[in-house]
Design a protein around this ligand. Structure first.
Ligand SMILES: [Zn+2]
Length: 142
């Protein structure tokens, strides 16, 4: 039983009942980046240097998806000894319309996905080390 939980990647998402991805927004042109950009705007046509933190949409629609039948290379840490295939979805965020890749929520597979289908952001345990759960964001069909 895990005694505490921390994000597997610091600063990429909030936790709680309504988790959100954390990106950045350029104050000059409004371009949103995920993960957060630092130093300069991700828009090549913009010279903006001021980036502010931005909480991104919790929902989006499936842009593309695939099945990871093979175990990814490190730094991926397998949650079980045997590789269990999992689904990956590229999701277009509702407001920002940028595409964010992520695993699909536990218990769902590519059979539950279709292009254009609505999904929402959830945060689930990725792996556990010494009683500490490490959390990752995932896309849940809804
Ligand atoms: Zn910009």
């Amino acid at each position: 039983m895990a005694t505490s939980a921390v994000p597997a990647v610091e600063g990429w998402f909030t936790t709680g009942d309504e988790p959100r991805l954390l990106g950045s927004r350029c104050t000059s042109c409004g371009t949103v980046s995920f993960p957060a950009a630092s130093g300069f705007c991700g828009n090549p046509a913009c010279r903006g240097r001021e980036l502010v933190p931005a909480e991104l949409s919790r929902t989006g629609k499936v842009w593309s998806y695939t099945d990871a039948q093979y175990q990814p290379p490190p730094p991926y840490i397998p949650p079980t000894d045997e590789h269990e295939p999992f689904a990956l979805a590229a999701v277009e965020l509702a407001d920002e319309q940028i595409v964010v890749l992520g695993q699909v929520a536990h218990g769902y597979s590519v059979d539950d996905l279709s292009v254009g289908a609505p999904v929402e952001l959830v945060v689930e345990p990725l792996y556990e080390v010494d009683g500490v759960e490490h959390l990752i964001y995932r896309w849940k069909p809804c």
